[in-house]
Design a protein around this ligand. Structure first.
Ligand code: GLU
Length: 454
């Protein structure tokens, strides 16, 4: 019945050992689109490159989906298991005359390309099989010789190419192995995929893949090609230009829920600022995804992460603090400080850098010098006064001591605080001063003053 076909999407990553944030966004959009429409979301591992498709590389994909909670329907499909079926389709096309055996040698093909502006025009396209030599061959699909081809893309709109741009693509190599374009089409068709949502780097593939759908008389899926993610300089986000893998972002201390909220907003917009996964499923509308490239905006990312960090359980944050991080700061100390750290940090990395001062060795070798304009405050905050500042029973008491010093000497309160902060923490950003002072041994704090100011 018309209109009642269930939506079936898929995420079809090739295991590379590296899950690019663009791929994660592709998975997320497929997932949200499927769930929003009560459809299905399938996972297909495109593992035909045996060398790259190690267990480890495949686990990176599972881990990524797991961390985001993008659960898939049914069994995982491993593309390499389907190669017999892919070959069968190539042979079908051969038998129906939609494809042909091509016996050109690599040298001949070079010459042909040179004569035809890069295009392959095989002389074997219409040669009767009785005239075929007993030589190695590839199977090529016959490209349409005229007309044009239009994709009604749900994100890009209508995209048209002239069929003359297509040549007779190889579908089966001379060693009998199917090419990627064939595998994708057969697997999508056999799984009943209704919507193919993927990066727009696949747009040209789509026209080539459609030749196979047409030749097999199969229904084509609806396509949606997502614009690429660019960095702030307008380059495609890649390993070379900085963080590109989702794991890089997790390692820097961005939370999964942050990445989900952030990635979904790269391309799709809504007035609401923060979403749970369920809210996204309810609200997400693929038709509102824009077609222009999205820019990675670290400020926005930090803003979102700051929000979620402040809402996350202290214990979870303490665990994240120590994950993949080597330091000699006792866990009890971080536990005590976490409530004040979490409202001041946009990332876990920021927390780490805020408490580096706890490590005296770090302070000895890496601290920043006091800015020159507060350096001379030491003539006001002498050793005796400094020692007295360290004795307080609550933050109000500490603050009134500092205020008094500020008023009595005509120094801004913030400069008084900065003097103490730089002295103890070796930098201008730290947790609140009462927390800082309580986090260390008094003798150690006094030693820092002595080293710097006497
Ligand atoms: N395996 C392809 C990739 O990782 C995706 C293929 C597709 O989505 O059609 O880029």
């Amino acid at each position: 019945r018309k209109g009642s076909v269930m939506i079936k999407c898929r995420f079809a990553p090739s295991p590379t050992g590296f899950l690019h944030i663009g791929n994660v966004r592709t998975a997320l959009f497929n997932y949200l689109f499927a769930r929003h429409n009560n459809g299905e979301f399938h996972l297909r591992i495109e593992d035909t490159d045996k060398e790259r498709s190690t267990k480890q590389a495949i686990d990176v994909i599972f881990d990524g989906l797991n961390t985001f909670g993008l659960e898939y329907d049914g069994e995982v499909i491993y593309q390499s298991n389907n190669s017999e079926r892919h070959k069968e389709v190539a042979v079908d096309l051969l038998n129906s005359g939609k494809a042909y055996k091509c016996f050109h040698t690599p040298d001949e093909l070079d010459e042909i390309r040179e004569e035809n502006k890069g295009k392959v025009v095989s002389k074997w396209r219409d040669v009767d099989s009785s005239l075929h030599p007993d030589l190695p061959y590839v199977i090529r699909i016959k490209s349409p010789s005229d007309g044009s081809n239009t994709i009604h893309d749900i994100i890009q709109g209508d995209v048209t190419i002239n069929n003359k741009e297509l040549d007779d693509m190889i579908i089966l190599r001379s060693d009998g192995s199917p090419v990627y374009q064939l595998a994708v089409v057969v697997d999508d068709h056999d799984a009943g995929i209704t919507h193919v949502i993927r990066g727009d780097d696949h747009l040209t593939n789509t026209f080539r893949q459609n030749m196979i759908y047409d030749a097999m008389n199969w229904n084509k899926p609806t396509y949606g090609h997502l614009p690429l993610i660019m960095d702030s300089d307008g380059h495609k986000v890649s390993k070379r230009t900085g963080a590109a893998s989702i794991v890089d972002f997790f390692d820097m201390g961005y939370l999964p829920i942050t990445m989900m909220n952030y990635l979904v907003k790269l391309g799709w917009s809504d007035e609401q600022e923060f979403f749970t996964k369920e809210e996204l499923i309810n609200k997400f509308d693929i038709n509102k995804v824009g077609s222009s490239p999205s820019r990675l905006d670290m400020k926005k990312l930090n803003f979102i992460n700051g929000h979620y960090i402040s809402e996350t359980d202290d214990d979870i944050l303490v665990d994240m603090f120590y994950k993949e991080y080597i330091c000699n700061i006792p866990k009890e100390v971080i536990k005590i400080m976490m409530p004040s750290l979490k409202v001041r940090s946009k990332t876990i990395d920021e927390m780490r850098s805020m408490v580096e001062y706890l490590d005296f060795d770090w302070w000895i070798t890496n601290r920043e010098d006091l800015p020159s304009k507060i350096e001379n405050i030491k003539s006001v905050i002498t050793k005796t006064i400094f020692d007295d500042i360290l004795e307080f029973s609550n933050n109000d008491e500490l603050m009134s001591k500092l205020k008094k010093i500020s008023e009595d000497n005509g120094i801004k309160l913030k400069d008084v605080a900065a003097f103490i902060r730089y002295t103890i923490c070796g930098k201008g950003i730290s947790p609140p001063l009462d927390v800082v002072i309580n986090s260390l041994d008094k003798e150690n704090i006094k030693e820092r003053y002595d080293i710097l100011h006497s």
